[in-house]
Design a protein around this ligand. Sequence first.
Ligand SMILES: *Cc1c(COP(=O)(O)O)cnc(C)c1O
Length: 395
Amino acid sequence: MTDKQQPRPGTLAVWAGETSKDLWQRATQIPVVHSVSFGYQDLDQWQNVALGKEEGHIYGRNTNPTVHAFEEKVRILEGAEAATSFATGMAAVSNGLYTFLKPGDRVVSVKDTYGGTNKIFLEFLPRLGVEVALCDTTDHEAIEAEVAKGCRILYLETPTNPTLKVIDLARLAQAGHKVGALVIVDNTFATPINSNPLQLGVDLVLHSATKFLGGHADALGGVICGSAELIEQIYHYREINGATLHPMAAYLLLRGMKTLHLRIRHQNESALKIAQFLQQHTAVDQVFYPGLPDHPNHDIARRQMRGFGGVLSFMLRGDFDTVRRFMPRLQYAHAAANLGAVETVVAPPRTSSHVESSRAEREAMGIPESLIRYSVGIEDSDDLIADLEQALAVT
Ligand SMILES: *Cc1c(COP(=O)(O)O)cnc(C)c1O
């Protein structure tokens, strides 16, 4: 071995960002720094830190050592130059958009973005005089045509919620850059273990850290990674507007991330097995999982992802009453509006991601009433399959 070997994701998940010089009393773990401000006797040093000429922290809304360690871990796993964090995933989405938009600008995105993101596109941005064009999610020609008309931001999300569509990021990043657009991707469903959008040419990658990054359904958070120049602008916007990640949440997310690689590898494997099981079951009408060879975007997924993720969805034969009978029978699944946890979590879009849409709107989006989103936890997949089997027996 000549060159020093680059550490791999499993090693990075454990060690990246954990090199803080500020570990106290020889603690091996990053402490939770519950301090609003950081004191300086030396006024010149205070000024230098405040002006960013010297490393350090001034005030908790801006930066904090625990929060910084979390940002570093995600930054390194995404292979980015810089990262900044937020109180929630939606704060990452909104701050990422508002930092760069002004009245008269145009945004191109897709119809299948996360519910909250979709609200920003349909309600808040138009109110500020920003035009938004939402394309059919996997119609790459249509997206390219909208982008070619000119736009400030091309905003993408892949795989999508809840029908797991996959978008060709390298292709669309190219289309965006031709018109000078910033290309932003929500990588929450893929995680940095399965996909690194920055390496496909995208400018900014964001996560709801609430989901797979934290992985334990006990802390909210968000993060954006990209070039130092772009992140500096987003950081400035967030610092002033105030959607700061709490140090305790940062600690929980950081601890959760140490097992990110283990969890995602296991969840990838289980989700594929479960998707295959459901696909052959007579009570199931259709299964949506990009790892299945007959998924319409399977080839794109194979090209740009290292694993297909821990979320799948499936349609029961029947209607919402079938879902009503089926869901309470599951023993190993929280019925809740969340995903990416160590426990399996199930939710029908009708009561979770698309609760605010009407039945007709859901239908138009290709979301049938009998659809169920199934976020695979880290349980033994044989037990999850047996659990699904007994619950499907009553449909
Ligand atoms: C949950 C989620 C968000 C929003 O994250 P919060 O932490 O709930 O604010 C954004 N994008 C995707 C894909 C999500 O699943």
